[in-house]
Write a protein that binds this ligand. Structure first.
Ligand code: BES
Ligand code: MN
Ligand code: ZN
Length: 495
């Protein structure tokens, strides 16, 4: 799908569906309607708007008379103008794009409302909402059915003739295209079933992304992982016939400050010997969403050519029960020499992340951010609307919070108070991989903290935000691709 910017006056936009955005407050609404009808001439008059009043989520389709460049108009409400936010723009754009699809339009034009401040960001948001709302994971459907039948919007054209918008439009929309494609790559990787994406094929996907986007991917095999002493990665993968991989990504010149991104890459999580119940287990094909977010972020950062040095670490394993599986009570030795007691084989994410976080030290990072679908407890705490955030540096967490609010991939802090540490004390090893019933997201965070080196660190538990049970305004059910927009936005401001 193409996102394009076009400088055009309203009456000249030739398209299958032309979306106009209106605000709910009465005076603004009247002014906007009057202006649009004046620009469209006799083809559209204020009466044609009918009951439409510009409320959020509202849309009205109007057929234009013969002779107009656009076949039909869609009036889309964005709500009160004084409460306008980037998120409302995304949602309004999504309404327009989804309606275009259901009308089987090949192209939709969004005539953007005049933006007076944060112009590029506003345009970017319209583009994101439209693009992301049209994503579907349909590559395995041999017969596209329902609204999807033979119908794909091929182009989203964002139009304006306002000089301030024309000035930044082309570049803002081009950047949005990159970020949206990267988000959809993360969605595709997450949604792909476990028989398609397993450690070796995840590594292959990373290699392909690296090649097309301009960064490098180095893949370590089981022998090399073992030789490095990464007992967590090796241990968790023992039950599977599919060997583990450690995927190492690198972008940018190694001079200057290094940022390391770590992504949990459990390509399928059965729970292992501590097996999960079957209801809902299929969701665990998305237990590599952290890895997908890291690969997507690399793709975006490399294509945008951000001036930073970035390293990515993805421990990739499949967590299966089997004759060779690790069992409860086993003790593993991690990369930094520390040992962990496996109380529950379903708390596998922290076991593999422990190796990756300890290994990150080697890159002398200024900061490390890990993303992981780590705990069901985090979903209980925050649901699907915020990722759990823990870490050792308030400033870094503050910056992520800002990027989260702006992109609406929001994060919310959970405390790593000292008192929680004793919940993961083991009698037989340095640490235990479970912490009992309470504060499960935090005890998981504390486990990770034990393996964090001498660097600033933030852990994002994306269990709730990466895997959606219900569709939202511009994301389908399933993998959301969360993390890509958040991290790309954060890294744009990272110095
Ligand atoms: N991958 C799961 C966490 C998860 C749950 C992600 C639901 C997304 C949705 C993780 O490996 C896991 O199984 N965690 C256990 C930990 C427990 C055994 C201490 C959990 O949350 O129940
Ligand atoms: Mn698990
Ligand atoms: Zn897991």
């Amino acid at each position: 799908m193409r996102l394009t910017f076009r400088r055009s006056s309203l009456s000249r936009i030739k398209t299958d569906l032309l979306a106009l955005f209106l605000h709910q407050d009465e005076r603004t609404f009247k002014k906007e309607i009057a202006e649009y009808s004046k620009k469209l001439g006799a083809r559209f008059s204020p009466v044609d708007a009918g009951d439409f009043s510009g409320k959020e989520g509202e849309a009205a389709l109007v057929y234009l008379q013969k002779g107009s460049a656009a076949r039909r108009l869609l009036l889309v409400g964005v709500g009160e103008s004084r409460n306008a936010t980037l998120e409302k723009y995304r949602r309004a754009a999504a309404v327009a794009a989804k309606r275009a699809r259901s009308l089987k339009a090949k192209q939709v034009a969004l005539y953007l409302p005049p933006l007076s401040s944060h112009v590029a960001e506003g345009m970017f948001a319209f583009a994101e909402g439209a693009y992301l709302s049209l994503y579907r994971f349909d590559k395995y459907l041999t017969k596209k059915s329902g609204a999807n039948a033979n119908s794909k919007v091929e182009e989203i054209v964002l139009c304006s003739d306002k000089p301030r918008m024309v000035k930044v439009g082309a570049s803002a929309i081009q950047q949005a295209q990159v970020v949206c494609e990267a988000t959809c790559l993360a969605r595709d990787l997450s949604n792909a079933p476990g028989n398609e994406i397993y450690p070796e094929t995840l590594a292959e996907a990373a290699r392909q992304s690296a090649e097309r986007s301009g960064y490098t991917a180095t893949v370590l095999d089981e022998r090399e992982i073992k030789d490095l002493g990464m007992g967590g990665i090796v241990g968790v993968s023992l039950g599977s016939s599919r060997p583990p991989r450690l995927i190492i990504l690198e972008y940018g010149p190694s001079s200057g400050k290094t940022m390391v991104l770590v992504g949990k890459g459990v390509t399928f999580d059965t729970g292992g010997i501590s097996i999960k119940p079957s209801a809902g287990m299929a969701e665990m094909k998305m237990d590599m969403a952290g890895a997908a977010a890291v690969i997507g972020t690399f793709e975006a950062v490399a294509r945008l050519k951000l001036p930073i040095h970035l390293v990515g670490l993805i421990p990739a394993v499949e967590n299966m029960p089997g004759g060779n599986s690790i069992r409860p009570g086993d003790i593993l030795r991690h990369f930094d020499g520390k040992t962990s007691e496996v109380d529950n084989t379903d708390a596998e994410g922290r076991l593999i992340l422990a190796d990756a976080l300890a290994y990150a030290e080697k890159f002398k990072p200024a900061a490390v951010i890990d993303l992981a679908t780590l705990t069901g407890a985090c979903v209980v705490a925050l649901g699907h609307h915020a990722s759990g955030m823990m870490g050792n540096d308030e400033n870094l967490m503050g910056r992520l919070k800002k990027a989260g609010d702006k992109t609406y991939e929001r994060v919310w802090p959970l405390p790593l108070y000292d008192e929680y540490e004793k919940l993961i004390k083991s009698d037989v090893a340095d640490v235990k991989n479970t912490g009992g019933r309470w504060a499960g997201a935090i005890t998981a965070g504390w486990f990770l903290k034990k393996f964090v080196g001498n660097y600033k660190w933030v852990h994002l538990d994306i269990a709730g935000t990466a895997i959606l049970e219900e569709p939202s305004d511009y994301a389908q059910r399933g993998g959301s691709g969360v993390g890509v927009r958040l991290l790309t936005e954060f890294l744009k401001g990272w110095k």
